[in-house]
Design a protein around this ligand. Structure first.
Ligand SMILES: [Zn+2]
Ligand SMILES: [Zn+2]
Length: 343
């Protein structure tokens, strides 16, 4: 089978790999669609992020869906031919955090396509993937395989919403409208947010933000005053989903958040400095959010029941042979939101 393997920054190769043996409780999935994520792009463009570096060749990818080709011993509830979205979250279910229901903090997590541990956890951009039955979520008839492959990034934002708490009656600010920011808009709407304002520095992505349900968008590169107007009377927003990782977005968010509001940080920008006095005086809660676990099933369900429409975010589909072109395209924010590979 073919697999998409990263060797170092800008060294992405299509290589032949053996299909893994099928064990009890496992299924063999013919992968049909795989979305390129920000983390995949970091490996491709920079060879890693933060202190995480590629130290051995690694198959990329963790946003995948396909159809079942073979069943291992003891698998029930799935049949050959079923179309499934595959959760990349593979916790041990035995460590302290797993036993507390915090699987996203598993000490032995084997999340696809991660260079954090050594040996690296090989990813899912491959023609055949052997997965545990419990990772596979059947997708509804009429849902395309490409939509199903967006369940993973959508689950990230559903977890962020869970971290924020109830959004009923809440005014929401989303800063950064890449795929995750845009999906956060969709997730916030699905959870009853009263009003959603989104910011970015690029017109193209702000258009998408409007298309997927933002009530208003602000280009903070050309019209920063439109955002700062919300700082009157100690602020306007109850919740900020910060998806840019940009220091200015964090700082300007603190200006326009109301007292006792919540910032949920999704973007990873490294070290930033923030005005402590605003956090203290407004009693602002700052929360991180990391991956997801049980939200994957919810994501598949909301997509399947047409409660959300993720299709507008899909901006490109490339055959696996053109993976390099796909990665270059995915990294260009002027023309791309979510780019997928087909296998
Ligand atoms: Zn992802
Ligand atoms: Zn664990």
């Amino acid at each position: 089978m073919k697999a998409v393997v990263i060797h170092a920054a800008k060294d992405l190769r299509i290589e032949e790999r053996e299909v893994e043996a099928l064990g009890p409780g496992q299924v063999e999935v013919a992968i049909e669609a795989g979305g390129i994520c920000g983390s995949d792009l970091h490996y491709y463009n920079h060879g890693g992020f933060g202190t995480v570096r590629i130290r051995e060749p690694m198959i990329l990818g963790h946003e995948v869906a396909g159809s079942i080709k073979a069943l291992g011993e003891g698998v029930s509830g799935l049949v050959v031919g079923d179309r499934v979205a595959v959760s990349p979250s593979r916790p041990c279910n035995a460590c302290d955090y797993c036993l507390k229901g915090q699987q996203n903090h598993c000490l032995n997590m084997r999340f696809y396509g991660s260079a954090m541990p050594m040996p690296h956890i090989q990813g899912a951009f491959r023609q055949r993937l052997v997965a545990e039955q419990w990772q596979c979520h059947r997708i509804a008839d009429g849902v395309s395989i490409n939509e199903a492959a967006m369940a993973e990034p959508f689950a990230v934002t559903l977890h962020a919403v869970a971290r924020a708490g109830s959004l009923s009656d809440k005014r929401v600010l989303v800063t950064g409208c890449g795929p995750i920011g845009a999906l956060a808009i969709i997730a916030a709407r699905a959870h009853g947010a009263r009003e959603i304002v989104a910011t970015d520095v690029m017109g193209a992505v702000l258009k998408k933000a409007l298309e997927v349900g933002a009530d208003r968008v602000i280009d903070v590169a050309s019209n920063p005053e439109q955002l700062s107007a919300y700082s009157a009377n100690k602020g306007y927003f109850d919740v900020q989903f910060e998806a840019s990782g940009n220091e200015r977005a964090v700082r300007s968010g603190l200006e326009v958040l109301r007292p006792r509001s919540t910032v949920v940080q999704l973007g990873l920008g490294g070290d930033v400095s923030i005005p402590q006095n605003l956090v203290v005086a407004k009693e602002i809660e700052m929360k991180g959010t990391f991956r997801f676990h049980e939200e994957f099933g919810l994501a598949v369900d909301l997509i399947g029941k047409r409660r959300v429409d993720l299709k507008p975010l899909l901006t490109g589909i490339f055959p696996v042979e053109n993976a390099v072109e796909a990665f270059e395209t995915a990294g260009d924010r002027t023309r791309s939101m979510k780019v997928q590979l087909t296998f």
